[in-house]
Design a binder for this molecule. Sequence first.
Ligand code: SF4
Ligand code: SF4
Length: 157
Amino acid sequence: MKIDPIDRSGLRPRYWETTPLDKMSPSEWEALCDGCGKCCLNKLEDDETGEVALTNIACRLFDDGTCRCAQYTIRHQFVPECITLKTSNLEEHAYWMPETCAYKLLWQGKPLYDWHPLITGTAQSVHEAGVSVQNRTVPEFEVDEDDWEDYIMEEPV
Ligand code: SF4
Ligand code: SF4
């Protein structure tokens, strides 16, 4: 996908280095998403250890080609459990979020990676860096839940 579905125009230069997460405007918050798609993959959580394993089985709304949610604005009609990430729930969800996720990185006080679209100016850079799950997933309706363990993958970083 060549066109960035996230509008990153008109943002203050390197605002993520100067503005705390809870002080960002809605457009600045949305622009933090690098489009890696990793948060749209199903995970397996061990009840006893709390360990989380990533699978390459994607949410039913995930478009593997564009690496985006196919119905982002109305996704809750189809996937009510999809999380709306906010500063108030970042801490609660950080344990399962991808290590390269911009929200998690900034929450941890870390910088963004050089391949982030906000830095490169192109949405393609996350895919070119090999960090996204574009063309790597299978739809959840194709895999029986009992077999999800067979689809565990390492997070591409
Ligand atoms: S893991 Fe983070 S950066 Fe990647 S698509 Fe999800 S919200 Fe965006
Ligand atoms: S509903 Fe959309 S944003 Fe939510 S997990 Fe599924 S594909 Fe991702």
